[in-house]
Design a protein around this ligand. Structure first.
Ligand code: 6U4
Ligand code: NA
Ligand code: NA
Length: 160
């Protein structure tokens, strides 16, 4: 009986071709640059969870989210990771407020040309390019520890 934890991930971009990422300061994925997000709580919609985590982690309020993909993960040989994770990934450019560091994340804007993939989760360089060219994606990744992908599948889903 497998328990699948539902998570969110929000990628914020601006009109200057930049993306806001956060350096994870503690816990799961510590020291990696990542979008903002976390666990969906009971009695909360996935979109509400995504907005709440964005606000908690970098102080931005978001009005509209665009769903861009779903990623499923299986983590083996990592006792700190949930065994199965399903991450709902969103994009937004529609944010308000001032970016602020939190206990969990140190936020920083990067040029989209200079996304720091070598300091991110190993799946990110595989699916970011699909999003950046305007398609959606569906992926499955099996990790051994927090840095090695042992196998994966990834589909591009065009929007038309
Ligand atoms: P707490 O500390 O309980 O509030 P929470 O913020 O709910 O935790 P946490 O810290 O476990 O969640 O972080 C999960 C975040 O990491 C989600 O936004 C999804 C993201 N994430 C996890 N694995 C990932 C991966 N392989 N690739 C990726 N993002 C990943 O791009
Ligand atoms: Na989080
Ligand atoms: Na969080």
């Amino acid at each position: 009986n497998k328990v699948i934890r539902k998570d969110t991930l929000v990628l914020v971009t601006n009109k200057c071709q930049q993306i806001l990422l956060g350096l994870k300061k503690r816990g799961f994925g510590v020291n990696k640059w990542n979008g903002f997000g976390g666990k969906v709580e009971a009695n909360e919609s996935i979109e509400d969870a995504a907005k709440r985590e964005l606000l908690e982690e970098c102080n931005l309020e978001c009005n509209r989210l665009e769903k861009i993909g779903i990623l499923s993960f299986e983590f083996v040989s990592d006792p700190t990771a949930p065994q199965h994770l399903e991450i709902h990934v969103f994009h937004t450019q529609d944010v308000s407020g001032e970016v602020r560091e939190s206990d969990e994340m140190k936020p920083k804007w990067f040029a989209i040309q200079d996304i720091p993939f070598k300091d991110m989760w190993a799946d990110d360089p595989l699916w970011f390019p699909i999003w950046l060219k305007g398609s959606r994606f569906r992926g499955f990744f099996r990790f051994s520890g927090q840095s090695t992908i042992t196998d994966y599948t990834l589909q591009e889903i065009s929007k038309d």
